[in-house]
Design a protein around this ligand. Sequence first.
Ligand code: DGL
Length: 269
Amino acid sequence: MANILIFDSGMGGLSVYREVHRALPAHQYFYLFDNACFPYGELGEARLVERVLELLTVFVARHHIDIVIIACNTASTYVLPALREQLHIPVVGVVPAIKPAAEYCRSKGLKHIGLLATPGTVSRRYTAELVQRFAADMQISMLGTTELVRMAEDKLAGETVNISHLVRILTPWRGGDKPDALVLGCTHFPLLANELSQCLPKVHLIDSGEAIARRVSSLLLQPFTAKRITEQTQQLSGRVYCTELTAKAKAQSLAFAKEGFTLISEFCV
Ligand code: DGL
């Protein structure tokens, strides 16, 4: 049994956790979200890497984590090399599913891929390289939005999604220039999949959740030593940590409870 940490700036990582937990229910899960620095999509790159390294180095050591899943495209598209150098355990990063989207479009004779992500992710060099490498023959249009990230957070805190607001955000893709496939390049966005489909009917939505579950499964088959599970980590299994215990984080913890997580606590470095 391994100790698996899901990390995100907010609740988006739940969309990844669902897939990983479905494939690997017998492991111990920890969820850490950095609400004190949310939204990551608007954080400068130097601050982002410094913050993620600082948090994860301490958390991984304190909780004997065996595998880290960076369930955040905004962070993965920038911090993975530095993080892997520092942590010495497997680090799985969620990045925009451009390759599967291009394969899907090619198989159907389609051309237009939309990338819906954060402002940080759409401006990354990593994202441009992904497109160049896997989808150079496609028409790509990108939309970077923090508003949608906030809408997903609010939905999980119990608020109703305002569809006309969502329609406004998606204006560039409504009408004639609708993508054939839409990459949900932020882990918050699968949490709004129904609403997105309502606003963009017949657009094929693609996220990275299942691919991450496959990757983690294959890592667990490789010979690696899961750290000894101490009494303390047993007790804390399925526990969720935020970096600032606000009233909103407490409200959000109800959504975590629905997924089998227990108490929410504050994690400080
Ligand atoms: N969930 C994160 C992602 O996948 C980002 C949200 C944020 O901007 O903090 O990109």
